[in-house]
Design a protein around this ligand. Sequence first.
Ligand code: HEM
Ligand SMILES: *[C@@H]1O[C@H](CO)[C@@H](O)[C@H](O)[C@H]1NC(C)=O
Length: 214
Amino acid sequence: MRWNLGLAYLAALLGCASESFAADTSVVRDGETGFTFSEFQAQYQIGQWVTFRVAVPSPAPANYDLVFQIIAPNAVGWTGLAWGASMVNDPLTIGWASGSTPVVSVRRTSVRTQPQVYDGAKVQLLKTGSKVNGTHWQITAKCSGCSTFTTTGTTTKTLNPTGSNRLAFAYSKTKPSSASTAAILTVHDVYNYWDHDFSVAGNIDFDQLVQRNA
Ligand code: HEM
Ligand SMILES: *[C@@H]1O[C@H](CO)[C@@H](O)[C@H](O)[C@H]1NC(C)=O
């Protein structure tokens, strides 16, 4: 009896917590920061996942800022997002934990060697939602320059704020040795691609939420 009740309760909870699914992502409202995110669970090892979340302003202006969240088990050395779904010619936002300090670094490269620090996109780590605890590290950051960027030459790519966008991640088990944004990254053990639905990631109070969490 208790078992059945428990299951029904769980089902009801789940029904509330994740309302819709599209592309490879689902919607979550993060109670801690107040952002509505669309989320992808990236499997980097059998039975192990990193969560990548994206929030966008609604309506989104041209060249809109976005907020992304990375939630990773402490066994993840570094992991990052490639906003153009490629290692090359797009902004890469990479996170790791340096002791109890969450770190985020923006890189870019045109060749498949260690990407160098890139200042064409700016990230602001949001205090609320960025932390390290006994099991996970977590980054919540605003990015200016991740939604629109040049790829090669004068070609510009803009991520559709009301549609699905192809993204990629990379994961390395090797932790960078410092909190410097220019720290050396050891090549990834895994990378993969997915379709991230931005259409359900809209936040009408985006700017206020950024301020409140900063
Ligand atoms: C020391 C740093 C890195 C090195 C040496 C490196 C090297 C490479 C190499 C050699 C490949 C080709 C692999 C193959 O064809 O099998 C590759 C692919 C890839 N890398 Fe990296 N990588 C580094 C960092 C990163 C970072 C920081 C990201 C993203 C956050 C990333 C994302 C990817 C992706 C998505 C691919 C798939 C092919 C592509 O889309 O271009 N890499 N990397
Ligand atoms: C540690 O952080 C993760 C990711 O934010 C969270 O899911 C987990 O509940 C936290 N653990 C504790 C003990 O607070």
